[in-house]
Design a protein around this ligand. Sequence first.
Ligand code: DQA
Length: 144
Amino acid sequence: MKILVINGPNLNMLGIREPDIYGRTTYADLCQMIEQHAQKIGAEVELYQSNHEGDLVDKIQEAYGIIDGIVINPGAYTHTSVAILDALKAVAIPAVEVHISEVDKREEFRQISYVRLACFATITGHGVNGYLEAMELIRERYES
Ligand code: DQA
């Protein structure tokens, strides 16, 4: 089972950016946590982060026929990007949307998610553990 974990804009700044909201775990720490968890559940994992919408679309397209599940935190593009939604729909790879913060309880504009329409589950407000929970959901779906 191959899982692709995609992080969008500003998530490379984890640990530095607004720690009261996003916590003190750095992006490097998060990558390590994800890799360790992948080993634990017997999955291969690929990590990708970009601040650019088109690069995120390219990465999703490249996953077609190769990747069994996508965990995606599109950052601010969650709330604006029809292109990322369409890319997820195009490849039709089971995907889980993750947000570190509880987006549904924040500003109104963060309560809109285009990407959610192409995901079979959403995890919000569980901090960085949400990524690991999303990997579990992908595994359960893959094995069922
Ligand atoms: C985020 C929430 C988004 O609204 C924000 O733009 C982010 C991070 C989260 O993980 O909580 O960059 O996706």
